[in-house]
Structures are given as C-alpha cells and as structure tokens.
Ligand binder design. Structure first.
Ligand SMILES: Cc1cc2nc3c(=O)[nH]c(=O)nc-3n(C[C@H](O)[C@H](O)[C@H](O)COP(=O)(O)OP(=O)(O)OC[C@H]3O[C@@H](n4cnc5c(N)ncnc54)[C@H](O)[C@@H]3O)c2cc1C
Length: 338
C-alpha cells in the first residue's frame, strides 16, 4: 500500500506526503492495534534523523529501501540510567581512523532486532555534556552490534522492544548525521517531528474504544432497556466523543504547523502528544467501564485497548516531560513581553 514511504520525498522513492498523511495512517491503524501502529511509527522515528539531517549520499543510500518497505528502522536514545534525562546517556563513540567505535547499551528500543537501520545517539565527547553527543546510522550486521532479550510488556505485545548492545561496534566515519556534537539537536528535532504520530495513536485508540462502547451500549439490556438509554451512560459517551474530537483537531493542527515549515514546533508537538494520549487513557478506561464485567474480559477488545493506552503516556517523553517542554516554550515566548 506504499505506506512505509508515506512521509519520504519522491526523490527517495517515497510517496511524498507530510506529517498529516502519516498521522492519518497511524490513526487508522491505532483504532485496532497500537502494537501494529507503533511498529509502523517507530520505523519513521528511525528514518526522520536521516531525512532531517542526512547528506544526499546518506539519503540516497538509506531512504529508498525504507520507503519501499524493504528495510526497517529504529531509533536508539534511551539507556538504563537515561530515560527522561537523555543528557545522561553513557554510550560512547570514539573516532579511530576512518571509523567510530561505539560502546554501550540502549534499552527498550522499539523494532530492536527486527530493524535493519538504526539511528543511535552516543557521546562523542563526554566533557561537553549535551553538546558532546552525536548521531549515527548503524546497520544490523555491523561488527560489534548485537541485541538483548525481547521485553515482556503490559500491552503492545506484538511490537518488539529490545536492548541494543554495542561492543567495540565499528561504524564508518561517513555514517555520522550532521557533525559531531549535533546528537541532541538531531534527537530533539526528531521527537518534535514524531510526537504528533503518538498523538495520532491516542486519537485512533480513543476512537476505536468509543466505537466499541457505543455499539455495546446500544445492544446490552439491563432493567428492560438498552444501557445507552440511561443519561449517565450517554453523558460518558458524549465526553469520550468530545475529547476524542478535540484531540484529533489538536493533532491535525500540529501536523499542519509542521507541514508549514514553522520553526517553533516543540510546543504544539508536545501539546498534541500530551492531550491526545491522556484522552486515550481516559476514553479506554471509560470504555471498559461501559462494558462492565465484559469489558474486563479478553473476549472484548477494550481491556487490550486500556492496557495499550498506558504506553502512550510514557514513550517518546512521558507526559510530565511534555508539560516541561510546553512550560519551557511558554517562558521563552513570554520573555520578550514585559
Ligand atoms: C515499550 C517502550 C518502547 C520504547 N521505545 C523506545 C525507542 O524506540 N527508542 C528510545 O530511545 N526509547 C524508547 N523507549 C523509552 C521511553 O522513551 C522512556 O521510557 C521514557 O522516555 C521515560 O524514561 P524512563 O522510562 O527512564 O522514566 P524516568 O525518566 O525514570 O521517569 C520516571 C518517572 O519520573 C518522571 N520524571 C522524570 N523526570 C522528570 C522531570 N524532570 N519532571 C517531571 N517528572 C519527571 C517521569 O515523567 C516518570 O513518571 C521506550 C519505552 C517503552 C516502555
């Protein structure tokens, strides 16, 4: 269906779409399964650094097989002791001759082991703090690159989450993205670009749960009438539908802002991720409530939806971190106003 190349320019054999087309696809996949949609979305998360910071030679080499769905991608930033505080990463990259030597371990990487192409953030100069990080394209099969165990999770179980292990891993010098010291900018710009996709996951999941809840409430009878005839149930559904629609509008607005090439996108990107994923958690929880005991059982999909919703508030920056991003943007915006 050409979906893997939706956001890749036609010059690199993609479909040439933007953030909105990409998020519409994620939204539809997410109505049914967040595990599938995150496998799709994390592919783009791994490809965005190449799209945003790659040289033409890097783009020509890596993007066409990604766009054509022949190669799969992942993004490695998080480590055991560096989650929200990404500045604390310990993986190192030392230049030796014509290659960088990477050492360290990345934790909880979506598509880890399944992907062929990885964008990895590592410290090329620890003394420079955040300015000492660099981003690299690492291929599966590079000497010294291996994978840890597949994690067992509360939800999104069809999505693989693995450790990436670098033991004197040899990466050709030309696989650096941008230049040395640009690693955190690569990571932050990538997350600005990808967070609406997580928002779209929230919108799709909330819509899927709402659909299930309305259908059930129309057919389940108690006290001689359908439970949807109770105003209390209707009001729950009304709030679920309203919040889902509001989340959708915010995600599409973020996509249009990105598509317009605006420079300051961190705030709207964080806002839509925060709002839509909190809505998804609330709506899926209420869908379970509307289905009552059946909602808690595996024979209906809403218990899975509720388990899946939780991860949306955690990955690509927890919702507390999104609030920090929004707060920081507000401080900057209002600094010039006296
Ligand atoms: C299933 C899954 C898939 C993932 N996929 C990827 C991936 O593909 N690539 C990748 O690089 N990473 C990935 N991650 C990592 C994910 O992005 C991190 O888990 C997330 O950023 C949070 O980091 P942490 O888990 O270490 O939590 P911590 O940073 O330890 O935070 C713990 C709690 O403290 C709060 N907290 C921490 N600092 C602050 C603060 N300054 N202000 C307010 N509250 C704060 C957090 O909000 C959270 O509630 C994945 C994680 C999971 C679980």
């Amino acid at each position: 269906m050409d979906m893997m190349g939706l956001y890749v320019p036609t010059a690199y054999e993609g479909f040439g779409g933007g953030s909105l087309e990409f998020c519409l696809a994620i939204e539809q996949l997410s109505r049914i399964c967040i595990g599938v949609s995150v496998s799709f979305a994390a592919n783009a998360l791994g490809a965005y650094p190449i799209l945003l910071f790659g040289t033409d030679a890097q783009k020509q080499k890596y993007l066409p097989p990604i766009a054509q769905g022949q190669k799969y991608c992942a993004f490695g930033l998080t480590e055991a002791n560096a989650g929200s505080d990404a500045g604390g990463i310990q993986t190192t990259a030392k230049l030796q001759g014509d290659r960088y030597i990477l050492n360290g371990t990345k934790q909880w990487i979506t598509n880890g082991g399944e992907a062929d192409t990885y964008t990895i953030i590592a410290m090329s100069d620890k003394n420079k703090g955040a300015r000492g990080a660099s981003a690299f394209i690492v291929e599966k099969g590079f000497k010294g690159f291996s994978f840890g165990k597949k994690e067992k999770k509360l939800g999104i179980r069809c999505s693989t989450t693995r450790e990436l292990v670098f033991q004197d891993c040899e990466v050709p010098k030309e696989n650096i993205l941008g230049r040395e010291g640009l690693g955190f900018i690569v990571a932050m710009k990538t997350l600005d670009e990808s967070r609406p996709g997580i928002g779209a996951q929230g919108v799709g999941l909330a819509q899927g749960a709402l659909d299930e809840a309305v259908v059930y409430a129309r057919t389940r009878h108690q006290f001689g009438k359908a439970i949807i005839a109770n105003q209390a149930v209707q009001h729950m559904l009304a709030d679920m539908a309203t919040k889902t629609e509001a989340a959708r509008v915010l995600v599409y607005t973020a996509c249009r802002t990105l598509g317009a090439g605006e420079k300051e996108v961190s705030k709207i990107s964080a806002m839509c991720k925060l709002f839509a994923t909190d809505v998804a958690m609330e709506v899926t929880t209420n869908a379970v409530q509307i289905l009552g005991g059946y909602g808690y059982m595996r024979e209906y999909p809403v218990e899975k939806m509720m388990r899946d919703a939780k991860i949306l508030q955690i990955y690509e920056g927890t919702n507390q971190i999104q609030r920090n991003v929004i707060g920081a943007a507000l401080i900057k915006e209002y600094a010039s106003m006296k």
